[in-house]
Design a protein around this ligand. Structure first.
Ligand code: 5GP
Length: 118
């Protein structure tokens, strides 16, 4: 399995501030924010993309959603945020290590953010 920048970040090989970390995932700020609040939830397990997840990943995937809700609360955006997973190159994915985007802090009902990233 090929390593990515997110593999290095989750292993602590690239110094990055973690807004949250636990045994299963880390949360970091996106380097090129698409909204006032733009953070990434990255599992430590390097699943390349969501469609590669297996039944054994069920608990992990559920955990990532729970962390998303908690981090949104921590960042005071829990009343209005969007969760995005880009899957595959044509789906807008650029880093092939599964991650969830939390986007918040500007009007999420208009423009490009109404449908997601990019
Ligand atoms: P994707 O397009 O794969 O869904 O999202 C990848 C995201 O990772 C992009 O929003 C990009 O800005 C972000 N990103 C890429 N490299 C880095 C990095 O080294 N550090 C951080 N914090 N974000 C990154």
């Amino acid at each position: 399995m090929t390593d990515t920048i997110f593999g290095k970040i989750t292993r602590g090989e690239i110094p990055t501030e973690f807004l949250h970390e636990d045994d299963h995932c880390v949360v970091i700020r996106d380097i090129h924010p698409q909204a006032t609040t733009h953070v990434l939830i990255i599992p430590r397990k390097p699943i390349p993309k969501l469609s590669d997840a297996a039944p054994e990943d069920q608990a992990l995937l559920g955990h990532l959603l729970l962390v998303a809700g908690k981090v949104a609360q921590q960042l005071s955006v829990d009343n209005a945020f969007r969760l995005v997973i880009n899957n595959g190159e044509e789906g807008g994915q650029t880093v092939f290590h599964l991650h969830l985007h939390i986007l918040a802090g500007r009007n999420m009902t208009e423009g490009e953010l109404a449908t997601g990233l990019h």
